[in-house]
Design a binder for this molecule. Structure first.
Ligand SMILES: NC(=O)c1ccc[n+]([C@@H]2O[C@H](COP(=O)([O-])OP(=O)(O)OC[C@H]3O[C@@H](n4cnc5c(N)ncnc54)[C@H](OP(=O)(O)O)[C@@H]3O)[C@@H](O)[C@H]2O)c1
Length: 311
């Protein structure tokens, strides 16, 4: 990886890698693996709980004593926190080379009698008994900003972050790579453009991850010349789950296909590998959704009294 480290951004500084939700699970495992690939990077661990973040940083320093690591406070479930964190990032760095949007929540699914009864009366009954779909409800609630929590955390908080970081993404003639974690659980059938926050449904997680896939296409269309956005997805242990994330770290963004999702997989013999899979995305829907979120961004900023300039 020494060669890659030499291809640093035109600013001459270290390559900056920012990971949200970096203090545990896949985020922390990713930080560890990226430092093992390239110990010359500057790693920014963006977390909501600074005590946990400090502990995770100390853990990383045990295995990578000289690593250049900083912490940043961000709650991607809160608009003001995202805006504040983005401002801090713009002040700290002239460029962000890798932005890993990893933080996410999957509310514990529980049996819902209401969902069961309504599926029983509908055409979904066969699917329900075959797959269990419709039997379980993924709990959701409202944030202080009045948005659905799962949508805000898994989708809108990160969308806002990308938009606020425009001045430091793709700087100095280099392309920045944005890697947004999706899931194999992303389901088109769970998502609706008319209820993209999923306030009426029972599959908020599946909807939020499909929304992420859609935004990948929308964002690539709008930022293709300087930012490339990629999706990865996985289901196994934190280490195994980072396979596609680490693989993406080593790819030239220009060589990747924006319509493809990169899955972390593990073979029956325990070997990790990356599988690519074309996404079931309608480009027109992706564009409409992107525009809807731009509108929501304007509305929420106005409500919070946030001005449009990035000062
Ligand atoms: N594990 C899997 O099998 C799997 C499969 C597919 C996709 N994924 C996706 O992979 C990502 C990481 O999952 P994981 O398994 O590592 O989950 P995890 O162990 O629960 O870790 C989630 C991380 O996100 C942080 N986070 C949650 N809400 C946040 C918020 N509002 N603001 C800032 N940080 C927040 C958590 O911080 P705290 O410690 O403060 O809670 C934690 O660091 C998620 O996007 C998840 O949807 C996971």
């Amino acid at each position: 990886m020494a060669a890659q480290a030499a291809v640093s951004s035109a600013t001459g500084a270290r390559r900056v890698v920012l990971v949200t939700g970096a203090n545990s699970g896949i985020g922390l495992a990713l930080c560890e693996r990226i430092l093992s690939e390239d110990n010359q990077i500057h790693l920014c661990m963006a977390c909501r709980n600074m005590k946990k973040a400090e502990a995770a940083k100390s853990e990383l320093h045990l295995s990578h004593p000289g690593a250049d690591i900083s912490l940043l406070k961000i709650d991607v479930g809160n608009i003001n926190s995202v805006i504040k964190a983005a401002k801090e990032i713009r002040q700290r760095y002239q460029h962000v080379d890798y932005l890993y949007l990893n933080a996410g929540i999957m509310p514990n699914p529980h049996f819902s009698l209401k969902a069961f009864l309504s599926s029983l009366m509908s055409r979904k009954v066969f699917i329900m008994f075959q797959t269990g779909q419709g039997l379980l409800t993924q709990e959701d609630w409202l944030t202080d900003d009045g948005l659905q929590q799962v949508f805000m955390t898994n989708v809108f908080g990160h969308f806002l972050l990308i938009r606020e970081l425009e001045p430091v993404l793709g700087q100095g003639g280099c392309t920045s790579q944005v890697v947004w974690t999706s899931s194999s659980n992303a389901r088109k059938s769970a998502f609706s453009l008319t209820d993209y926050q999923h306030s009426q449904g029972q599959e908020s997680y599946s909807s939020s991850k499909y929304a992420t896939d859609l935004l990948n296409v929308g964002l690539n269309k709008h930022y293709n010349s300087k930012i490339r956005v990629f999706i990865n997805s996985f289901t196994l242990s934190p280490y195994n789950g980072t396979e596609a994330l680490v693989w993406l770290f080593m790819q030239k963004p220009e060589s990747l296909d924006a319509m493809v999702k990169y899955h972390s997989c593990t073979s029956a013999f325990g070997n990790n590998y990356v599988a690519s899979c074309k996404m079931d995305i309608d480009v027109e829907t992706a564009e409409i959704f992107y525009q809807e979120l731009v509108k929501l961004e304007g509305k929420m900023k106005e409500k919070s009294g946030i001005t449009g300039d990035h000062s």
